[in-house]
Write a protein that binds this ligand. Structure first.
Ligand SMILES: C[S@@+](CC[C@H](N)C(=O)[O-])C[C@H]1O[C@@H](n2cnc3c(N)ncnc32)[C@H](O)[C@@H]1O
Length: 276
């Protein structure tokens, strides 16, 4: 049964729904008319897709791959364990717009056999939708929250999805088997939870094959970083910090990515695109 959530969490959920209906939906309707355009930092990379690395982990792993020992900061995802069943209901209305805008930009970079890592997939709904876009490839849905990984696996099994694997891992400490294994990374609404942002980006550089592309969607422009701070501290358990577009670009450049750009894809929501 769904548990009552603290007031701060309820306030954040209401704010997300409100923003989805009264800000994101109108902005998306205005975009094709040229009446909404967000900030940008740099220009996005030209797509250079190759067929992709193909399936590997979905064939090698029989079930979810769970950690023997959880890291010291596991508390930061304890709330995600608790809400794994209700999580989609809380955020789907909001994140659906972000997913659609991100996929529109990712798609030209993906071959049919692309191997994609979602390092913080939550209950895996978006990862499952991505798996349908790469029928000859695969998506690895990872998360630090054990319950999220188990739920994503169970839901994918129920939907008969075969080209996915499920892994419990901290974003900054991916398994060695991931080294240079991925054509793309899709990371949505999670970066603000990472205690070590630099470590996360260095891990992205490690797990991408040369030429692989990371797509990271998170709240972005300076005005949104300021606006969202208090409500995130009060209502987003495990919140660490948001970053501006310039901060994201610097972080990825410092980690050695060769082409980095950032775009405000919806009001207050940025997408960093970084080519290794
Ligand atoms: C707000 S949810 C986003 C889930 C999904 N990407 C979406 O957009 O609906 C953030 C997710 O990040 C995960 N997470 C937080 N810290 C993490 C870490 N250090 N390593 C991996 N995942 C982490 C949480 O467990 C949670 O599932």
């Amino acid at each position: 049964m769904a548990q009552a959530q603290p007031v701060g969490v309820q306030a954040l959920a209401v704010a997300l729904w409100w923003w989805a209906d009264f800000v994101y939906a109108p902005a998306r309707a205005l975009k094709p008319l040229g009446l909404y355009r967000g900030e940008t930092v740099g220009s996005p990379p030209e797509p250079d897709p190759w067929p992709g690395a193909g399936p590997r982990f979905s064939r090698e792993l029989d079930g979810p791959w769970l950690l023997d020992e959880e890291p010291g900061h596991y508390d930061s995802v304890a709330w995600f364990d608790e809400v794994s069943a209700e999580y989609d209901q809380l955020v789907m209305r909001f994140s659906g717009h972000i997913f659609a805008e991100t996929v529109a930009r990712m798609r030209p970079h993906l071959g049919a056999a692309a191997r994609i890592l979602d390092p913080s997939a939550g209950p895996g709904r978006q990862a499952m939708d991505l798996a349908a876009l790469v029928p000859d490839g695969e998506v690895v849905a990872a998360d630090l929250s054990r319950e999220m990984v188990l739920r994503a696996h169970a839901d994918a099994q129920a939907r008969g999805i075969r080209n996915m694997a499920f892994v419990q891992a901290d974003v900054s400490q991916p398994p060695a088997a991931f080294d240079e294994a991925f054509d793309a990374i899709f990371c949505c609404l999670a970066f603000h939870h990472y205690p070590d942002g630099r470590g996360a980006v260095e891990a992205f550089a490690r797990v991408l094959a040369p030429g692989g592309v990371a797509f990271v969607a998170d709240a972005g422009p300076a005005w949104m970083v300021a606006l969202a701070r208090d409500i995130s501290v009060a209502g987003d358990p495990g919140f660490v910090r948001h970053r501006t577009g310039h901060e994201f670009v610097d972080l990825f450049r410092d980690a050695g990515f060769r082409h980095v750009s950032w775009e405000e894809i919806l009001p207050g929501m940025g997408l960093t695109t970084a080519v290794k």
